[in-house]
Design a protein around this ligand. Sequence first.
Ligand SMILES: Cc1cc2nc3c(=O)[nH]c(=O)nc-3n(C[C@H](O)[C@H](O)[C@H](O)COP(=O)(O)O)c2cc1C
Length: 225
Amino acid sequence: MEYDDVVLGRRSIRGFKQEPVPKALIREVVEMAMRAPSSLNTQPWHFHVVSGEPLDRIRQGNTERNLAGVPDSREFRGHGGYKGEHRERQKQIAAQLFEAMGIDWGDKPRRQDWVLRGFRQFDAPVSVVVTYDRSIHGGDIAPFDCGAVTNALVNAAWSRGLGCVINSQGIMQSPVVREHARIPDDEVIMICVAMGFPDDSFPANAVVSERKSVDETVSFVGFPD
Ligand SMILES: Cc1cc2nc3c(=O)[nH]c(=O)nc-3n(C[C@H](O)[C@H](O)[C@H](O)COP(=O)(O)O)c2cc1C
């Protein structure tokens, strides 16, 4: 695949074939992703690739705790709810996904069902939990490096016919993930990525998210007009 095909063609995948993903393919994708840049080449990341029964236990624990109202326990700082233009973009992608899935805004049970799918990591056959070394916890560089490698991971996966969704819902109940993915105490959980072969018949997989324009985003300084 050409670079353009990967970057312009990739989209988040939220419906997966229940076909196992070969370990060798995941290794290949991870190896490509790890070409991502990191601060001073420190590569603070780790990947815990979870499948089968342990992943089912994570799904179950996440679902039970979220339904029971257990507050989220993500291991990084949050900023509260989105407001203004950020909130508008959040609403836009939700509207696109709900439209594709035929979910009405007023249909609370189906909206809740969609949220629960997220907690189950969209029933993907694989979840890649991205962590970083606790020894450098507290600064912003390690999360930045994890972002770089996670973007590289979803693109590398796409180039090999795998679909992904980066999924913060999946690590909201971090003790559950830590226990069943067997994550050591000296690592901080950053994010997880649901991964598998895309189910092309799943309507939300066709959604193409929008981007703000280059003009809105970029300011050029010191260029002749
Ligand atoms: C840090 C992060 C967390 C995300 N968490 C979720 C999530 O919990 N549930 C979900 O459905 N999508 C999640 N996404 C996927 C975004 O909604 C998606 O990347 C965005 O809408 C752009 O769409 P695209 O990936 O199809 O280009 C997350 C993405 C990122 C980068």
